[in-house]
Design a binder for this molecule. Sequence first.
Ligand SMILES: Nc1ncnc2c1ncn2[C@@H]1O[C@H](COP(=O)(O)OP(=O)(O)OP(=O)(O)O)[C@@H](O)[C@H]1O
Ligand SMILES: [Mg+2]
Length: 297
Amino acid sequence: MTAILAKPAVPASVAPHDDDMVICVRGLRNQFGEQVVHEHLDLDVRRGEILGVVGGSGTGKSVLLRSIIGLQTPSAGEVTVFGEQMLGREETEARNVRRRWGVLFQNGALFSTLTVAENVQVPLREYYRRLDATLLDEIAGYKIAMSGLGPEAGPKYPSELSGGMRKRAALARALSLDPELLFLDEPTAGLDPIGAAAFDSLIKSLKDILGLTVFLITHDLDTLYAICDRVAVIADRKVVAVGTIPELLALDQPWIQEYFNGPRGRTAAKGAETLHEEAEERASRAAPPAVQADARG
Ligand SMILES: Nc1ncnc2c1ncn2[C@@H]1O[C@H](COP(=O)(O)OP(=O)(O)OP(=O)(O)O)[C@@H](O)[C@H]1O
Ligand SMILES: [Mg+2]
């Protein structure tokens, strides 16, 4: 697999249809007044991967997310999710695709007048109108537990939670409809390093257990190294490169070099290397030495 560097936009009409492609964006353009945020932006997200999306502040990562989920109407381009065209689609049809994803917004976006459990129940009430109160409570409790919160969090209001708990509550709501695809916008921003690492492992476990595909916007280099299968880099209004971190590091692209090879990038790489060595050492200690196996045989 090779990283792609600044390839020209592919017209949507020739975009490949592939069952393994969960999200396919072609020739996206977003403009606010005079400001062009995206132009000729292409991106593919493959089934079962965690795709990290990085780029400087204001490069349009959140606008890209909003364009994919239909909260922002682009001025040009095509967006396909699960093989379904999303732009200009009938509301009822779009709803059927929307129920297959969950979103954790950059600011959490919990309803402040609802408790955590009630927040988690909002999408359930929207899509399953006939669920009774007991079942709604049960499902909410289950989602709250999945997001790593204790049952005492359910009756609390967002203002009664810490920042880290709010992120987990927002994750519980994003998981409420058993999504196949999860959008996360800066999920570890504002968390302490231990809380951020715990959140990373939670996302990784959920992805492994539930087979999720994850679109993950982040500035957190540790998160990129710890859980992302590939990383897409946004600069100059488009995706300038996408690949694994070693593939990106091999590219002669100034922002990528500065980002990954700057002091923070090097520290994150070192941390990832140490964790990898520790895991290998634990695995080798756990495995019975070959000589013992021979002696037993
Ligand atoms: N609704 C809007 N109206 C006008 N301009 C907008 C709107 N939404 C976003 N923008 C502009 O689009 C640009 C990209 O914004 P966006 O929120 O996508 O950045 P970002 O890459 O997510 O940044 P950050 O890393 O700080 O979250 C910014 O200049 C922003 O001001
Ligand atoms: Mg943003």
